[in-house]
Design a protein around this ligand. Structure first.
Ligand code: FES
Length: 401
């Protein structure tokens, strides 16, 4: 391979697990980012080894990438087990890649640092701001209804994903990368940086430098992913009004770290967590706006005592130390605690005759004030009405009136 002994002898070997693929638009910048991570590793005195891993491309892999999350987790674990790595950097972001990579790394418990892909820029079509995912379905329905032309649809297709990066709405990707940051497994502030922003490249090389230090410090995920850190992740997903898929992934992540996380715990934390991020589909803005408003650090700082800020992060500092000085620059995008998008119950765990083991519902924000009221408008729209049981924790299903 052309390396001399001086290139690697006595140096930490850092595996860069790269989920780049020609068929994953969310990771199309990862070949370049891997080079930037390597730059940081070399500078800090490490020896980088890039290892390709399966890319779970949400738009193209059918029937669902969910079928392959555990396969990528196993691949990550086995790459780290079978090759002589001292530490690893994980490049992921498109929906299931984030939990998959972390699950594999947690199982190995080598010093690990996650580099989030970052959200893509806002979509744009004829001056209309487009959000990935929700606007795809919306305008597809409009096309089928004859309300827009095929030419309009082509323009929407061209404008909805106009840069590298993962979906810029608060879907699974934005939720899970933020959760990873709140748990402490990526550099503070990393998850909100848009993928094409030059600061994203800076973050990648900083991650490379930091992972080498982590190896010398022997700072492992088992010291970072504690029950308190997992609660911070859950609270963060709730304050973002994040994807309900995050529940499935967080439970799996927690278990890989050797900790229990139940649906009931999620429900319990939802009761006291306000929704502060005004991001589509629950809110109004997109991830690019969130970044300009201060990003996740600013929102976590707003959450204050809802988080355990004594938890350790990959930075080698506590979460609280990382949040010092974080500011909100647009309080309509990142709401203050006394002016939340939703005061509490942004999500509820339901139990009843249709779902004896539990189900999850995320009421739409405009009717969220009804959450504590039985027979609320949003819950009477289906053939089964879901109601919070007055005597028990959780919700119960009732026949529709
Ligand atoms: Fe990759 Fe949405 S398609 S995150």
């Amino acid at each position: 391979m052309g390396y001399s002994r001086a290139d690697y002898a006595g140096k930490p070997v850092i595996a860069i697990i790269n989920t780049w693929s020609d068929i994953n638009p969310c990771h199309s910048h990862f070949r370049q980012r891997a080079e930037e991570v390597k730059r940081g590793i070399w500078q800090a005195g490490g020896f980088p080894v890039e290892m390709p891993a399966m890319s779970l491309s949400e738009p193209f892999q059918k029937p669902t990438t969910m079928l392959y999350r555990n396969l990528l987790a196993m691949e990550t674990e086995e790459l780290l087990r079978s090759y002589p790595a001292d530490g690893c950097v994980l490049l992921g972001g498109c929906d299931k890649t984030t939990p998959a990579l972390l699950m594999g790394a947690l199982a190995m418990d080598l010093p690990t640092l996650f580099v989030p892909a970052g959200p893509m820029l806002r979509g744009n079509w004829n001056g209309v701001t487009l959000g990935s995912g929700s606007d795809t379905w919306k305008y597809w329905a409009e096309l089928r209804a004859g309300n827009i032309t095929e030419q309009d649809w082509q323009g929407i297709e061209d404008g909805i994903a106009r840069s590298p990066g993962h979906c810029m709405t608060m879907g699974t990707a934005s939720t899970m990368t933020a959760v990873v940051e709140a748990i402490g497994m990526c550099l503070s502030g990393a998850s909100s940086i848009p993928a094409p922003d030059s600061r994203h490249a800076q973050m990648a090389s900083l991650s490379g430098r930091r992972i080498v230090e982590m190896v010398w410090q022997d700072l492992k995920p088992s010291e970072i992913v504690t029950p308190a850190a997992i609660d911070n992740g859950v609270r963060t997903a709730l304050a973002l009004s994040g994807s309900t898929n995050a529940i499935v992934h967080l439970i799996a992540l927690a278990r890989r770290a050797g900790h229990a996380l139940s649906l009931d715990r999620y429900d319990e934390l939802a009761r006291s967590t306000p929704v502060l991020a005004n991001i589509r589909p629950s809110g109004q803005y997109l991830m690019e706006d969130f970044y300009y408003a201060g990003g996740l650090r600013a929102m976590l700082a707003q959450m204050g005592d809802l988080l355990d800020t004594s938890t350790l992060t990959v930075d080698g500092r506590t979460l609280g130390e990382n949040l010092a000085g974080a500011r909100v620059f647009n309080d309509d995008v990142i709401r203050p605690r006394d002016k939340p998008l939703v005061a509490r119950d942004g999500l509820a765990v339901l139990r009843g005759n249709l779902a004896p083991d539990g189900a999850v519902i995320k009421p739409p924000p405009r009717s969220r004030t009804c959450c504590a009221i039985p027979a609320a408008p949003w819950c009477s729209a289906t053939t089964t009405t879901w109601r919070r049981a007055s005597t028990t924790r959780g919700w119960t299903s009732m026949p529709a009136a």
